[in-house]
Design a protein around this ligand. Structure first.
Ligand code: SF4
Ligand code: SF4
Ligand SMILES: [Zn+2]
Length: 135
């Protein structure tokens, strides 16, 4: 395992820790893949398909003059409330330190301390061993 640049969506979500990506049956291939296997709401995502995103070099929303726009703020608020993870914070970290450093930290912090498997942002417990999430 190991997250790479392709795992990180324009909005700052690490698709590698998404429950749809980690599930065994019909897993999602992640935001940056152009595949119809993605859930409908991800195919039609208004952030991924945003015209302003096309103007960025990095492919991340932090580079946009409207950042953090209402869409990003709403998604971030949902993730902070439901999953204790800030996508705006993720994007600010990528902007400040670069995606390579961000990936190193993500690779360290989303590993279950009990069984070593990848944790999911969408689950309070490890999907593999059911112990409480340590992130
Ligand atoms: S469902 Fe959406 S957030 Fe999850 S892996 Fe697929 S594209 Fe990424
Ligand atoms: S921050 Fe910019 S690129 Fe990202 S969704 Fe908002 S308007 Fe689009
Ligand atoms: Zn575990």
């Amino acid at each position: 395992m190991g997250f790479n640049r392709e795992h990180i969506a324009p909005c700052g979500i690490n698709c590698g820790v998404c429950i749809a990506y980690l599930r065994k049956k019909n897993p999602c291939c992640g935001c940056n893949e152009n595949s119809l296997s993605k859930p409908k709401h991800c195919i039609s995502c208004r952030i991924k398909n945003c015209d302003h995103l096309l103007k960025t070099k990095s492919g991340f929303c932090f580079e946009c003059s409207k950042f953090p726009c209402l869409r990003i703020r709403q998604l971030d608020a949902r993730y902070v409330k439901n999953y204790q993870t800030s996508l705006i914070h993720n994007l600010q970290e990528i902007q400040k330190n670069g995606v390579t450093v961000f990936l190193i930290l993500e690779n360290k912090s989303w590993i279950c301390l009990f069984c070593g498997q990848v944790l999911s942002v969408h689950s309070d417990v490890c999907l593999a061993c059911n112990k409480p999430r340590n992130k």
